[in-house]
Structure formats: C-alpha cells, structure tokens
Design a protein around this ligand. Structure first.
Ligand code: MIC
Ligand code: SF4
Length: 644
C-alpha cells in the first residue's frame, strides 16, 4: 500500500507504537524551536532535568514575543535565554531578527524533518514539507534533551487543491475557506495534508500561511509535499542542498478527502471573535474601519508586504485609519528597504512596527474602544488585542490594504481603479545570518547563565492524592481559549515568574478567581475547573496549566479539551476529565462541593470515575481517556516528577 506524506515522515521518525489513528506513538524530534514567552520556562525545565547540552539536531531560541521592554523583565528574560543558548548549544535569534516561524522557514526549515516548537503556530514549517508540531515548553525541553515526543497517531485528511487563485484572492482566503469547512473544534487528532494539481500554483510562503493558520482548526499539524516549488524556495534562500522530494504515492490512502477549487475561493474575513467565524468580504463592504495592521507569522512575508506596497504606491491611506506594518523578519524588512518598497509604504502613511509578534499578541497597538480593527494575523479572540470592546477581523494583506485606503471594508472584486499586483517570488532572497548567535551549536559549560530577578523557578507538582476533596472554583462556557485562562498582552512580562503571573489567571473572565483559588488551596481544598467544549483552544502556553497548578487546581472537567492544552494539563499533574454525558455539565455550579472517593485509583484506570456533587446530592460519571504513560505522569504529579 502506498504512503501519504505524513506517513512517510512519521514512519521514519517512529520510536514506539503503531501508526494506527488514535494510538499513542512516540517520535524522534530533529529540530526544536522556542520563543521567549514560552522559552524561559522551557529552558528552566531543561535545566532542571540536568541535561548538559542540546541533543537534537538543532534548537533555535527566538526572541520575538516580548520585545516591548517596559520595565526590566523582558530584558532579563532575553539575557537568560541568550546565556542559556550559549551554555547548552542552541542557536540564539535575538530581537530584531523576526518572528520565529517566519525566520525558521527562511533559514532552518528542512523537508522531511520533524520540528517541535513551544508555540502553536509551529506548523508553519509544514509549508516546506516538515512535520512541525506545537507543544508545551516542557515537551520541547524533553525533545531538546534527545527525548521522544508522544502524540496520538493522526487521522490524515487530504485537502485536494485544483485550479489557480483569482486576482485579489490569496492564501489567507484559502485557509479561511478551510476553516469555514472544518470549523475550529472537533479536529483533534487529525493532520491535514495538502495535495492536488493546484499545488504548483502556491509558493512556499503561501503554503506557510495555510499551514500556519491550520493551528486554528485544532489539528495536530498541516503539511504540504516537498516538490519543485519547495526546491525553488530553498534554492532562493541559498539552502538548495537540504531539499529532497517528498510526495504522496499514487495509491496513498486518506481518512477523508476534501476538494477545493482555488479559482472559486473568494476574499474572506474571520469576523469577531473567532477565526472560525468566516464570512465573505462582500458581506462587510462599506463597514467603517479604524485600524489596519499587516504582519504576524501568518502574513508578513516579502511577497505579502510587497503586494501591499505596490497597492499603496503613490496613494495615501484614509485619515481615519491607523495603519501599521510589521515585516516578519529582518530579511523581509531589509529587502523591502533595499528595493524601495518600504519607502512606498511609509509614504502611504504606514507606521513601521518592529519585526516581532507585537500587535498580534496584544502587547501593543491595542485598538480604541469599540473600534473595528482589520488584521492579517490568525487569532481574533475577544480581548486578545488588549481592547475587549474592539471588533477584530482577520483578512488577507490585499483586503487589509484596500480597507486602509478607503477607510472601510472594500469588496476587492468590485474595485476598478486599482489593478491587483501579482507579485512574483524573488529569485534570491537577501541572506544575512550574521545576527544569529551560536550557529556552531556548540555547548560551553563555562558560560554562566544569567538570572535576573524576573527569572523564577519551576514550581514542583504534587503526587496524586487518594481522594479528591474539591470545590468547583470556576465554571466557564464553550471555547474558552488559553488567552482567557492566561492573558498575554500587558501580562506577558511575567511569563518567567509563575507566582506573579498566577495572579492573573482568568483575569478577563473572573478577576476574583486567583484570590479565591489560593484560599481554597491553603485550606487544603482542591480547585476544580468546570468547562464546556473545546476548553484550552489557541496557544501552546503551558502557563495555562502551570499557573492554575500553582493555585491548587487539581482537576478540569470539560465537555472537550483541545490537544496541546490537554497535554499541558497532564504535564503539570492536572487531571483532565470529560463528562461521560455532556448534559451533566448543567449539574455543577460554581461553588459546589465535589468529591471523588477513589481518585487515585480512578486516575490509574482501575475504576470508573464517579464524581459526587455534595451540594446538589447527585453523582456524575466522568471519563479519563488517556494513555497509560499519561496516567503514570498524573500519578507522579506531572512530567518533571515522573522523569524523576
Ligand atoms: C499566540 O499566538 O497565542 C502565542 C503567543 O504565540 C502562543 C504562545 C504563547 O502564549 O507564548 C501560541 O500560539 O502558542
Ligand atoms: Fe507571534 Fe502572533 Fe504568531 Fe503567536 S500568532 S507566534 S503571537 S505572530
């Protein structure tokens, strides 16, 4: 039987288990990526494992999230990460180099390799034919130490692309179409593999936009084959030597095949407040816009920004619009500058933002009260921009540029006075690796790791207790994202300081939660989080498990939990139960006393799980659908304790 691209790469990396959808398998990781917001914890955990040096082929430590540096904390984090990279043999990408996913694609991505990154948009690497997966920092730390990564063997879904995109329609519209088809929930345990004739019409940066925002589907990752288009991209990055072909066999099988004719895709937007809330741009035409921001790891490539520059050349953006651009990398910014496109953008009224996550993570450029903001990024969760009342729409760079010009949503297909500039890929990119530190990847045990006052310690987990004596400390609804659980933006600077960061758990949902939870914890009562569907959507930030653990959360009971968050909960000893019958969600209110007699034994898998709601006098059946290895981790009180 023939193999698809996913099977080809995974089978070459398989350490244990069978590649049968739904089974737990362990794979070897070739490359690891961290960014500063999750990287400090990842490196602190790496250090606490007592590993002397990075053992996978390549680890790159990027600084791209916390670059605002209000106060000493961010700079302390940077110094810690820079010294830790030198000490343990990782490559360090300093602030200014660009957004991790864009830079990794340009300079380090290799077809057929596995990449594990402590960031949910790591699947961007699927654009060059990698199996690139987002995970919690501790899983990445284990991989950097040469350990395996455990995942559920995926169900592989083929998205077959035919035809060619029309003018004004771009890769962003394709992934929005995919989101419209699959939605943001219910795709756990799947990998999307793109194929079909239409592939030849999609360049690598376009492919990367598609795999990047595949994260919003909740799939494990997305991947494109490595073909002539990939070869051309790598050659243009002067890395042609790493290319080899990886395409699906003719008789490869898939769990499901979905067809998309690229010529039928229309300009789209994800409307507030979910990337899955997809509508055609034409339905928004005329709606007033206050802010337009172009950038983020989804749409900040050279071609993206050049398209915008060509559209805006010689014109001035609407006076009511605040317009910002954040080129994804130093390479992109330098090329735009050298070729004059940056000047076109600046003359049009663009505010040049740092080549970093910036507005996307909500640590700058928050829109005004009730403002309408158009962004080319990948997430528009309520409040993520820093302004809870703002309406954020996710769109393509071309759609964003037109809105900046006219001050309102414009249906591009109705535009007659501006011609769509079809920008070609450059034959060569501007290569300058001089700003990376430690490309030799040699560890140096003489380097002293710098630990400023913002660098905390990793809190220890506690062994699983015999019985659960708990309280429903908070009850939340469906689609609670990690941004709800652990806000980023202004709070990002506390990522290395768990005790401080824990003061902001559920800040935008229920600011009283941390105080209440800490009181329960100190009284010896276990905190339980009760949630609806798709709990923990979004980011890979393990702080969304680590900080609740610090506040004494022992159990989450939900209708469903997203993949990365589920793994993070287990890694920090929080038991992720599901309702056996989803309607039992109604039988628990906040403040109810909850008990499980044989808690430890239930975690072991010996007993069925019955939760007693003492306040309501009812029993509720729960399920714990995890592997034996995960049960052991929970019993030990988390992965660090399990690894000893
Ligand atoms: C995000 O886009 O939400 C982030 C910030 O990049 C996160 C990582 C983090 O929280 O540090 C992600 O996507 O994993
Ligand atoms: Fe950075 Fe935004 Fe990409 Fe996350 S989604 S890595 S915050 S640019």
């Amino acid at each position: 039987m023939g193999m698809n691209v996913v099977e080809k790469i995974l089978s070459e990396h398989l350490i244990s288990g069978n590649l049968v959808a739904g089974e737990e398998v362990a794979i070897r990781i070739d490359q690891a990526l961290t960014q500063d917001a999750t990287g400090t914890m990842a490196y602190l955990q790496f250090e606490s494992m007592g590993i002397e040096k990075v053992k996978c082929e390549l680890a790159v430590s990027y600084i791209d999230h916390n670059t605002v540096q209000v106060g000493f904390e961010n700079a302390d984090d940077h110094a810690y990460l820079r010294s830790a990279a030198a000490r343990y043999g990782a490559v360090f990408s300093p602030p200014g180099n660009g957004i991790c996913h864009q830079v990794h694609l340009e300079r380090f991505g290799v077809p057929g390799k596995t990449l594990l990154g402590s960031d949910s948009h790591t699947p961007t690497g699927g654009g060059v034919g990698m199996i690139a997966i987002g995970a919690g920092g501790i899983d990445v730390a284990v991989a950097m130490g040469g350990g395996a990564f455990y995942l559920t063997a995926p169900k592989v879904i083929k998205v077959e692309l035919t035809g060619e995109l029309r003018p004004w329609v771009s890769a962003k519209d394709v992934i929005l179409k995919v989101l419209e088809i699959f939605g943001t929930k219910g795709n756990v345990g799947c990998i999307i593999e793109y194929g079909g004739d239409g592939l030849k019409n999609l360049e690598v940066p376009e492919r990367a936009t598609i795999t990047n925002m595949g994260a919003e589907l909740g799939v494990t990752t997305s991947v494109f084959p490595s073909d002539d288009v990939t070869k051309k991209f790598l050659a243009a990055q002067e890395r042609g030597g790493v290319w080899h072909e990886i395409v699906a066999d003719e008789d490869a099988e898939y769990a499901q095949v979905v067809k998309i004719d690229l010529s039928e895709v229309m300009p789209m937007a994800a409307a507030p407040h979910s990337p899955g809330n997809v509508v055609p741009i034409i339905s928004l035409a005329g709606k007033k816009v206050d802010q337009v921001l172009i950038g983020s790891c989804t749409n900040s490539s050279y071609v993206d920004l050049k398209t915008v520059a060509k559209l805006l050349k010689g014109k001035v953006v609407h006076p009511d619009v605040s317009f910002g651009i954040a080129p994804g990398s130093r390479q992109v910014l330098n090329m735009l500058a050298e070729e004059g496109y940056l000047s076109d953008l600046l003359s049009s009224g663009a505010r040049l933002l740092e080549s970093a996550c910036g507005f996307c993570i909500g640590n700058s450029q928050s829109p005004g009260t009730n403002a309408v903001s158009l962004r080319t990024s990948n997430r528009n969760f309520e409040g993520r921009s820093g302004t809870p009342s703002a309406d954020v729409y996710l769109v393509s760079p071309a759609t964003a540029a037109l809105a900046a010009l006219r001050g309102c949503f414009v249906d591009p297909e109705g535009v007659i006075d501006i011609k769509y500039p079809k920008v070609k890929m450059p034959k060569t990119f501007k290569i300058d690796d001089s700003h990376f530190i430690g490309l030799s990847r040699e560890a140096n045990s003489d380097v002293e790791v710098v630990r400023g006052p913002n660098i905390g310690v990793v809190p220890a987990g506690e062994e699983c207790a015999e019985a659960l004596n708990g309280i429903s400390a908070i009850k939340v609804g469906d689609k609670i994202t990690t941004d709800h659980i652990m806000p980023a933006g202004a709070r990002l600077k506390y990522r290395s300081n768990i005790a401080k960061y824990a003061e902001f758990v559920f800040e935008g949902v229920d600011p009283e939660f941390p105080g209440r939870a800490a009181l329960n914890r100190d009284a010896g009562i276990a905190n339980v989080i009760v949630a609806g569907e798709s709990y923990g959507q979004g980011s890979s930030r393990e702080h969304a498990a680590l900080c609740p653990m610090f506040l004494g959360v022992k159990v989450v009971i939900a209708k469903s939990i997203e993949r990365i968050h589920m793994a993070n909960l287990i890694n920090f000893g929080i038991v992720p139960f599901m309702f056996a019958d989803q309607s039992d969600y109604e039988k628990i209110d906040q403040g109810d006393i909850l008990k499980i007699k044989g808690f430890r034994s239930a975690v072991m898998g010996n007993d069925s799980v019955v939760l007693r709601n003492e306040t309501k006098g009812v029993d509720i059946a729960l399920v714990l659908n995890i592997s034996d290895r995960q049960r052991e981790i929970l019993l030990a009180g988390g992965l660090l304790m399990y690894n000893g």
